[in-house]
Design a protein around this ligand. Structure first.
Ligand code: PNS
Length: 158
């Protein structure tokens, strides 16, 4: 049985993330989404909120687990019995850091990372830009799933 781990900050999840997870679901038998909880960062949404948003988006989808984690990604991968990490690459600007993380994870635990080319429809998207657009009153229709758009607006209005 093949299994993939899609890790990320997902603060908030975008349609680019959703696309990568869906593509993994069509390639692998089982997909685990790991939402990082990094106490040294101050995300807009707590790890629990990010997990809840993703679970709402993927409600009823079989063979998919969505959990938060703290600490090393390779330990989370081991705990969930997954030995392949999948990350989306939007552009060459993503590459340096992603390659560094992939090589670190391989060195730490022999865990491989596969890269998928981001769907060109979402190549410009990032969680940071989505937050900025909402904060400045712009529309993020088509950029994030509907429950996420509602959650960002509510969070930024409060
Ligand atoms: O969505 P992002 O910000 O690209 O995700 C980054 C993530 C969660 C994959 C990365 O920060 C991570 O793996 N964090 C866990 C800490 C860790 O294992 N660090 C050492 C290996 S790089």
């Amino acid at each position: 049985m093949t299994a993939a781990l899609c890790p990320g900050s997902f603060d908030p999840p975008t349609n680019g993330h959703v696309d990568v997870i869906n593509r993994c679901l069509s390639i692998f038998d089982r997909v685990v989404v790991g939402v990082v909880h990094n106490p040294s960062k101050s995300p807009l949404f707590s790890a629990e909120q990010r997990v809840a948003m993703l679970r709402e988006v993927f409600a009823g989808v079989p063979n998919l687990e969505i959990e938060s984690f703290e600490g090393l990604l390779v330990d989370f991968a081991d705990k969930h019995g997954v030995d392949v990490i999948v990350k989306g690459l939007r552009a060459v600007t993503d590459f340096d850091y992603e390659l560094q993380m992939a090589q670190m994870n391989f060195t730490l635990a022999g865990v491989d990372t596969l890269f998928v080319a981001t769907n060109p429809a979402y190549g410009y998207l990032s969680s940071s830009l989505v937050k900025e657009v909402v904060r400045l009153g712009g529309s993020v229709d088509g950029m994030v799933p509907a429950p996420v758009a509602a959650a960002i607006k509510e969070r930024l209005d409060s």
